[in-house]
Design a protein around this ligand. Structure first.
Ligand code: A4P
Ligand code: MG
Length: 179
């Protein structure tokens, strides 16, 4: 007899990696405000924050440079609930969405990894489908969780970063924590 794996509420919390990006307005202020919102959230424990990196835009070329960072959180939320919280933080910080993807934004929060879960459910995909080729995600994520593994390839974040083009274009600009 098989039993349904509906154990999340009593199970240990899951560690998730959230990538932060901003390339409009007060970029550092936006990243820090997003981190503060996650740190204050009652269903999340913020366990690590990366440095902030300035990165070349991927996508339409006529947009400002980005600041990117990553945080690790532990949570008993489901991945869907966590993504909904990330979208709510984006909305509170004034993010509006146009029809075109990869365009300039005040704040972008992406769910990169949710433990070792591999899931595609409606509009939610974890791991984030494009994170392996993105130095702007891998650089801060590998800084705070070098040994965490991509459940699809089995690779550690640190080795994904080493194989990723563009990693040397990023410039570390300082800590994500508000001093
Ligand atoms: N969605 C599904 N799965 C996820 C997930 N794991 N994490 C849905 C986050 N969102 C997920 O996202 C579109 C929809 O994807 C959301 O409604 C959510 O329900 P979006 O944030 O509106 O669109 P986006 O961010 O433009 O698209 P996407 O696919 O997240 O793009 P990327 O790949 O994140 O690219 N260059 C630099 N240097 N730094 C950046 O941060 N960011 C992007 C965005 C492009 N170029 C960049 C950067
Ligand atoms: Mg996004």
């Amino acid at each position: 007899m098989s039993s349904a794996p509906e154990v999340r509420s009593s199970a240990r919390p899951t560690r998730a990696i959230v990538a932060l990006g901003a390339n409009l307005a007060d970029r550092l202020g936006m990243l820090r405000a997003a981190r503060e919102e996650l740190a204050r959230h009652p269903a999340l424990a913020l366990v690590a924050s990366s440095s902030v990196y300035e990165t070349d835009p991927v996508g339409p070329p006529d947009q400002p440079r980005y600041l990117n960072a990553a945080v690790a959180v532990e949570t008993r939320l489901s991945p869907r609930e966590l993504l909904d919280e990330l979208l709510a933080v984006e909305a509170r910080l004034g993010r509006t969405r146009g029809a075109e993807r990869w365009t300039a934004r005040t704040i972008d929060l992406d769910l990169v990894l949710f433990g070792e879960l591999v899931a595609s459910d409606g509009d939610l995909s974890v791991p984030h489908p494009r994170f392996r080729e993105r130095a702007f995600v891998l650089l801060p994520a590998a800084e705070i969780a070098p040994d965490m593994r991509d459940p699809v390839t089995g690779e550690r974040l640190e080795s994904l970063l080493r194989a990723c083009p563009g990693r040397s274009d990023a410039v570390r600009v300082g800590p994500l924590e508000t001093p």
